[in-house]
Ligand binder design. Sequence first.
Ligand SMILES: CC1=C(CCC(=O)O)c2cc3nc(cc4[nH]c(cc5[nH]c(cc1n2)c(C)c5CCC(=O)O)c(CCC(=O)O)c4C)C(CCC(=O)O)=C3C
Ligand SMILES: [Fe+2]
Length: 401
Amino acid sequence: MSQAFDPRQGYDGQGRMIPKAYDAILLASFGGPEGQDDVIPFLRKVTEGRGIPDERLEEVAVHYRKNGGVSPINAQNRALKAALEAELADRGIDLPIYWGNRNWHPFVNDTLKELAADGHRKVLLMGTGAYSGYSACRQYREDAGMGLLETGLDGVVEIDKLRQFFDTPAFVTPFVHSLRTSLANVRAQLAEAGKEDGQIKIVFVTHSIPMADAQAAGPEGIRADGYENLYTTQHQAVADYILSQVEEAQGLEHSLVYQSRSGAPHVPWLEPDINDALEEDAAAGIAGVVVVPIGFISDHMEVMWDLDTEARDSCAELGLAFDRVATPGTHQAFITGLVDLVEERLAGPDGKSLREGRTSVVAGGPWFDVCRPGCCEKRALDGTLRPTIGAVDSEVGVPQS
Ligand SMILES: CC1=C(CCC(=O)O)c2cc3nc(cc4[nH]c(cc5[nH]c(cc1n2)c(C)c5CCC(=O)O)c(CCC(=O)O)c4C)C(CCC(=O)O)=C3C
Ligand SMILES: [Fe+2]
C-alpha cells in the first residue's frame, strides 16, 4: 500500500499528527533559580549570546534576590506536573511525565537522557507557552531538537509536540472565572473609597517580544494575511473570548498592553508598556483596573514582579484601584483541558485517537499539531537555523524509517 502520509512525520497534511502510542510526556518549561547562588548563572543562560547588557542583568537579578534568589516557577511546574499525573491516573492513562527546562535544572538534555534510560522512545512534548512565537513555541522545539543531537539520542527517541493551546477551553476558562472575581474585588475597592461610579478598565497584558519576532510568528502562509502580527492577533482573540464570557465585563473599556521588555533600547519591541498605559488610563479618568495576564500560565516572576510589584505600584501612585487576575496555574479546567489535548494525540488500543477532533473556542484555533514551513523562524547569530522537532521541516526527533 502507498503511504497516505509522510512516514517520517505521521502527518496527515492538514496540520494534524496521526495518533501515536506515546510512552512519555516531556513537560518543557523555562526554568528559574532556586537560591541566591543560582541567580546570575541562570540569567547568563537565559541571555546567552543575545547581547543583553550587564546593567539589565543586574536589574533583573534584583527581582529574584528580593525573593530569596528563588523563582516561583519551578514549584509551579512541579505542582502542574503532579496535577497532570493525577488527572492521567484518574482516566486510567499510563503515561509518565518528565520535566525539563531551557534555562535551569532539571535541564532538558538531562531529562532526555533519563527518559531514554527508562526505556521511553515516543515522547509528546508539552511546552508551557500558549501562543505562537519564537520564545513561546519554536524555542521549545529547538530545545528538544538540539537536545536530541547533543545527547546522541536522535534516531533513538522520537519527539512530537502538543499544539499551542491559546485557543483552548483549558487555557481560557480559568481566566474567565478569575476575571469575575477580580472585577468584584475592584468594585469593592472603589466602593470603599466612595467611588462607586468610577470607571473600571480591563487591561489584558502579555510578554512584550521584539517586533521582528512578532512579525515572524506563525507559518509563512498565514503571517502576511493583513494581520498586525500573529502573536498580537492571537492575544486579541483570547481577550475578546474572555470578555464575551463575562457579563459583568460588558460595556467596560479594555486594552491589550505589554510587559517585561528587555534587550537593547534601539530594537523595537511590542508596545505600549503596561506602566505607560496605566498613566494614560489614569489621565483619561479611569478609576480602577483589572489586569489580566493572558501571556502566562502561572504566577511566576514576570507576574510577581512586573505586575504585582511594578504595575501595582504604578496604580498606587496614580490613584487607580488594582486587582490582578489569577493565571491558570493548577485550575482544574486547565488540568482537564490539557489532558484532553494529550488524548487528542494519543492512540488507544485500536490505534484510534482517544479523543476525536480538535477542541477550540477562540478565533484562530485550533492550532496545528505540526508546525508548518518556516513557523516562527529565527536565525542564530551565525545566520543558521537551529535544529527543531515538531515541524514539517524538522529533521530530528522523527523516526528513522
Ligand atoms: C514570549 C515569552 C514568554 C512566554 C512563553 C513561555 O512561558 O515560555 C516568556 C516567559 C518567561 N520569561 C521568563 C524570564 C525571562 N525572560 C527573559 C527574556 C525574554 N523573554 C522573552 C519572551 C518570553 N518569555 C524574550 C523575547 C526575552 C528576551 C530575549 C531572551 O533573552 O530570550 C529574561 C532575561 C532577562 C530580561 O528580562 O532581560 C528572563 C529572566 C520566565 C521565568 C520567570 C521566572 O523565573 O519565574 C518565563 C516563564
Ligand atoms: Fe521571558
